[in-house]
Structures are given as structure tokens and as C-alpha cells.
Ligand binder design. Sequence first.
Ligand code: NI
Length: 178
Amino acid sequence: MTVREILKMGDPRLLRIAEPVTEFDTPAMRRLIADMFETMHAVNGAGLAAPQIGVNLQLVIYGSRNNARYPEAPEVPETILINPVLTPLSDEVVENWEGCLSVPGLRGVVPRWHALHYEGVDQFGAVISRDVDGFHARVVQHECDHLIGVLYPMRVTDFSRFGYTSVLFPELEGDEDD
Ligand code: NI
């Protein structure tokens, strides 16, 4: 396993539409997923999308168990989600703070669907189908946005609530990797 370089906002590879995965449980995929978990854990991330390490595939991982960066966040099961399709379950939109490993040092308030249904497959091609809300729904929306070339600052509607983590949340100082 290898900690991979996380691309930062401004890199055109973060703006691509990711390709669907067509082969499952291959050695290359196992290596990719292992590298993604190692990379995410190395920076205490709650999620990571393959395009963030320059791999243009519809594959995201997430999970927030015991995450020092989000101590108040409810647990989200560790998940490998491939070829996802998201469908909101209501019109309700909620706002909350987000950061991104590709946008280090910054946080912003982002409106997201409160509740959604998502479907996809895991690394073996087995179906994943869940109804979720709150933080879980937010994490999935954030990660899946990376598959359509969208970074969270592109969804910020109120730039008075966007800024440096060290200024907005000084208690999180030292947590510079975001
Ligand atoms: Ni992100």
C-alpha cells in the first residue's frame, strides 16, 4: 500500500467526468482501494474519491469512525462505493460546514440534500442500496461530486461563510490537512 499524492484544486484532473468501472475485484482495483484507504487515513480524511489521486474512475471511499477531524459527527460505515447514482428523497436542503482534502486549509458552508437514496456496487460488484440522511448523506454527496468534476467551493452560495479553518475554527488548529 502506498500513500498517494492528493491533487489540489486548480488541477484540471479534478474537473473531469469519471468513467464507470467495468471490471471488479481485479489486482489493480485492490491496489487502488488499498492505496486510497492508506491515503485517506494518513490525513484523517472522512472520504476520498479516485479522481483526487488522479484516477478517473467512479469509485469513492468514505467512513468516519473515530475521526479526529469530525469528533462530533455520527458514524458512517466504512464504504467502497462504485458507479453511484444518488436520488434525493425530499426537497429538504440543509447547510453545514465542509472541507476537502483537495482544498486544504479551508472550510465552507455547503447546501446539500438532507435525505437521499443511493445505489451503486462494491469492489466485488455486489449492489449497495441505502437510504441515508444528515452527515452520511452529506459525505456521499461531497464524494460523488468529485466524480462529476465538482469541488465543494463550487457549491458555496454564501462566501461570508467560507474561509481558513485556522481562523474559523481555531480549536482545530494543527489540523492543517483538512
Ligand atoms: Ni473532497
